[in-house]
Design a protein around this ligand. Sequence first.
Ligand code: FE2
Length: 149
Amino acid sequence: MISAEHEGWILLLMNVLMIEVRAEKFFSYCNSVMRDPDNFRDRREAALHAADIVDRIRIDEDIHVAYLQCFISELRSFTFLGQDGQRYEGRALIDPVWEAMIEWHAVTQADEARAQARTDIRARILAQPNGARIMAEFDAAEGLATAAE
Ligand SMILES: [Fe+2]
């Protein structure tokens, strides 16, 4: 409908937004670990300093999330002139692409990354002298973690 160049830019910016959102989730996770008084009990001051540094990065990153959210949201309100001369509501163009982008980042990519990480971990464990036993414990622990969810 729209030019490949324009479509490419929209996809790129949607992808960057998802990366920014994932980064924010990771910053939040890191801070929850570092600010938990049960963690790093012998290095609380250093852990809190690290959390403060992450908070400064989060502040710097906030504007990236905000402008991308604004840009993509605004596109939904636009009317696009397609290469075929037809007019298209922005939401009709944006929403399906956005939903697919979320599915890819939240499900597809996460599942692929998990499978790859497990393969890498397995290879490292099995390279140890007692790797088979450790791998059995790892598999058992994974089973416990899954059952607890
Ligand atoms: Fe950023």
